[in-house]
Design a protein around this ligand. Structure first.
Ligand SMILES: [Zn+2]
Ligand SMILES: [Zn+2]
Length: 128
């Protein structure tokens, strides 16, 4: 049986389930993700639409189109950044989920940092 991953926003109005393990786990340092999260970087994993289900009302989500092909969704009550979808390129048909909203423990087999050239200058990578 495949594991089901559950997640929710800060106020728990938005709840969702992933029927597949998040793929392509990445920590994005681009300026849009930094702004969207108010953080040094945004951590996302993706699943196909078919493996995603929203357990709460669609009305609890608000969407912002950050570029022509990218739609970012967040909780209209607490502002948690939750998902983004791209209508162009290889991510079509996939939903990218903000991993910080997962409630089910998940340890990806691999992960990467992307757009590190755009990192905030105040960000210092943790020393191992
Ligand atoms: Zn919320
Ligand atoms: Zn980004």
């Amino acid at each position: 049986m495949t594991e089901v991953y559950q997640g929710s926003c800060l106020c728990a109005a938005v709840r969702y389930e992933l029927l597949d393990e998040p793929k392509a786990v990445s920590h994005c340092h681009c300026s849009q993700c930094r702004k969207g999260h108010g953080a040094a970087f945004a951590s996302y994993g993706s699943v196909p639409y078919s493996a995603f289900s929203l357990l709460s009302c669609a009305e609890d989500l608000k969407a912002y189109r950050s570029s022509e092909s990218v739609l970012r969704e967040f909780c209209r009550h607490c502002g948690s950044t939750l998902f983004w979808k791209c209508s162009q390129g290889e991510a079509v048909g996939w939903i990218c989920v903000a991993l910080g909203t997962l409630d089910t423990p998940f340890k990806p087999s691999k992960q990467k940092h992307i757009y590190t050239g755009d990192s905030a200058i105040w960000f210092e990578a943790p020393q191992e």
